[in-house]
Ligand binder design. Structure first.
Ligand SMILES: NC(=O)c1ccc[n+]([C@@H]2O[C@H](COP(=O)([O-])OP(=O)(O)OC[C@H]3O[C@@H](n4cnc5c(N)ncnc54)[C@H](OP(=O)(O)O)[C@@H]3O)[C@@H](O)[C@H]2O)c1
Length: 241
């Protein structure tokens, strides 16, 4: 287990849910943060919550639906910190609709936020990650990165796309020493799950802090063994299903 104190991490979707929990866990480890989401307010609240930890926090309020956002975010991070060690593509949106009900606009929006933006954030981050001594990308996919659930057609397609390009990315930048991981959770207790799975008993949902702990483990576990993907299910769910 290595120390990650003093590293610089960019986390998208940091204002709420899983991204906020990851940001807090990284801050506790002494990692300097660039935090992104659309709304500035949630980022300022998080920055204030972490103000006593002695880390540098840059807020990056950009809308990932804007195709210019990935480059603008990386440019801002490099302008401020001069480096980047960890990229966590966490921001995501959900849609609970049958394929027959899904509009072209909804398809485009979900594919842009969940797949296209992470793709280009990786692309623009890689030249800087190559200069880091522990370069790491963690993409937050989902159980539907490999499975398919009814009424989640567009969301499932977006997470399959994220999972698919992540597999290729990991191979293309392996020689540069950049580690690439996927975390694929089932239901986590956030705003998003209330849209997708209102049927699940909230008491049985995975806690965002549990996903954050997995992120910290992946970052600090730097032996010869590398974990490509971690699938995380709710304890109540049947194993291997
Ligand atoms: N919750 C689950 O059950 C679950 C399960 C598997 C995978 N996941 C994945 O985990 C990730 C985080 O989800 P969550 O459950 O934490 O969701 P959440 O609570 O709804 O939070 C989503 C985050 O993404 C940001 N975001 C949304 N649209 C954005 C945009 N266009 N540009 C920039 N930021 C944007 C939101 O902030 P703003 O609204 O301010 O922009 C927020 O910070 C997602 O990729 C999701 O697919 C979640």
């Amino acid at each position: 287990m290595v120390s990650i104190k003093g590293k610089v991490a960019l986390i998208t979707g940091a204002s709420r849910g899983i991204g906020k929990a990851i940001s807090k866990a990284l801050a506790q480890e002494g990692v300097n943060l660039a935090i992104n989401s659309r709304a500035e307010e949630g980022l300022l609240i998080l920055k204030n919550e972490l103000k006593d930890l002695g880390i540098d926090i840059l807020i990056c309020p950009f809308d990932l639906r804007d195709s210019k956002a990935p480059k603008l975010i990386i440019d801002k991070v490099i302008e401020h910190f001069g480096r980047l060690d960890i990229l966590i593509n966490n921001a995501g949106i959900a849609l609970s609709k049958s394929i027959m009900e899904t509009t072209e606009e909804e398809w485009d929006e979900i594919m842009t936020v969940n797949a296209k933006a992470p793709f280009f954030l990786c692309k623009y981050a890689i030249p800087y990650l190559k200069k880091s001594d522990m370069p790491t990308i963690i993409n937050i996919s989902s159980v539907v990165g490999t499975k398919g659930y009814v009424n989640q057609g567009a969301y499932t397609a977006s997470k399959h796309a994220l999972t698919g390009f992540t597999k290729v990315l990991a191979q293309e930048i392996h020689e540069d020493g950049i580690r690439v991981h996927i975390i694929a959770p089932g239901g986590v207790a956030t705003d998003l799950v209330t849209i997708m799975r209102p049927d699940i008993d909230p008491a049985t949902l995975i806690k965002p802090e549990e996903i954050a702990n997995i992120v910290i483990f992946l970052l600090k576990f730097r032996g010869n063994a590398v974990i490509d993907e971690i699938n995380v299910r709710r304890e109540k769910n049947t194993p291997w299903r």
